[in-house]
Design a protein around this ligand. Structure first.
Ligand code: HEM
Ligand code: HEM
Length: 130
C-alpha cells in the first residue's frame, strides 16, 4: 500500500471519529447546531467519506487498470492540500459567526484550496484510467 493510501485512510478514520463527536455534541446541545452543523457535515463527507474513497481509489484504480498511478507526486500534494483545506474549512464555518467577513474570506480561501485538491484527484484518476 502506498503512503498516500495509508494516510488517506488513517485521516478518514480520524475525521470519522471527529465527525461523530461533533454530531453527538449537536444532538446534546442543539444551540451549537448553527455553528457546527456545516463543520460536522464536511468533516464527515469530505473528511471520512471522500478521503476513504481517495485512499482506496489510489490503491485499486492502478491495479484494476493494470498500470502505475499517473503521478505519485500529485497524489502526495492532494493528500496535503485536502487536509489543509478541510481543517481550514472546518474552523472557518463557525468563525463566520465571530469574525464576520474575515470568516467568509477564510472559508472562500480554504474552499478554493479544496477545489484544487479535488481537481488533482480527478486529473490523477482520469489519467490513470487513460
Ligand atoms: C454519531 C453519529 C452522528 C450523529 C449523532 C449525528 C448528528 C447530527 C445532527 C444532530 C445533525 C443536525 C440535524 C438537524 O439539522 O436537525 C446532523 C446533520 C448532518 N449529519 Fe450527522 N450525525 C452523525 C453522523 C453522521 C455521518 C457519519 C455523516 C456522513 C457520513 C453525517 C452527515 C450529516 C450531514 C450531511 C448533516 C447535515 C444535514 C442537513 O444539511 O440538513 N452525520 N447530524
Ligand atoms: C470545495 C468543497 C466544498 C465547499 C467549499 C463547500 C461549501 C459549502 C458551504 C459554504 C455550505 C453552506 C454552509 C452553511 O449552511 O453555512 C455547504 C453546505 C453543504 N455541503 Fe458543502 N462544500 C464543499 C464540498 C462538499 C461535498 C464534497 C459535499 C458532499 C459530499 C458537501 C455537502 C454539503 C452539505 C450536505 C451541506 C449542507 C450542510 C448543512 O446543512 O449545514 N459539500 N457547503
Amino acid at each position: 500500500m502506498s503512503f498516500e493510501t495509508i494516510w488517506f485512510i488513517r485521516c478518514a478514520l480520524i475525521y470519522l471519529g471527529t465527525g461523530v463527536l461533533l454530531g453527538i455534541s449537536m444532538a446534546i446541545q442543539p444551540n451549537w447546531m448553527l455553528y457546527i452543523k456545516p463543520t460536522h457535515a464536511h468533516v464527515n463527507l469530505l473528511g471520512f467519506m471522500a478521503m476513504f474513497i481517495y485512499g482506496v481509489a489510489y490503491h485499486v484504480i492502478p491495479r484494476f487498470r493494470g498500470k502505475a498511478l499517473f503521478s505519485n507526486k500529485l497524489a502526495r500534494y492532494h493528500l496535503i492540500l485536502a487536509n489543509v483545506a478541510l481543517v481550514g474549512m472546518a474552523f472557518s464555518f463557525p468563525l463566520r459567526f465571530t469574525l464576520g467577513a474575515m470568516g467568509n474570506y477564510s472559508l472562500a480561501l480554504f474552499g478554493t484550496i479544496q477545489v484544487v485538491a479535488v481537481g488533482m484527484f480527478i486529473v490523477n484518476a482520469w489519467k490513470t484510467l487513460d
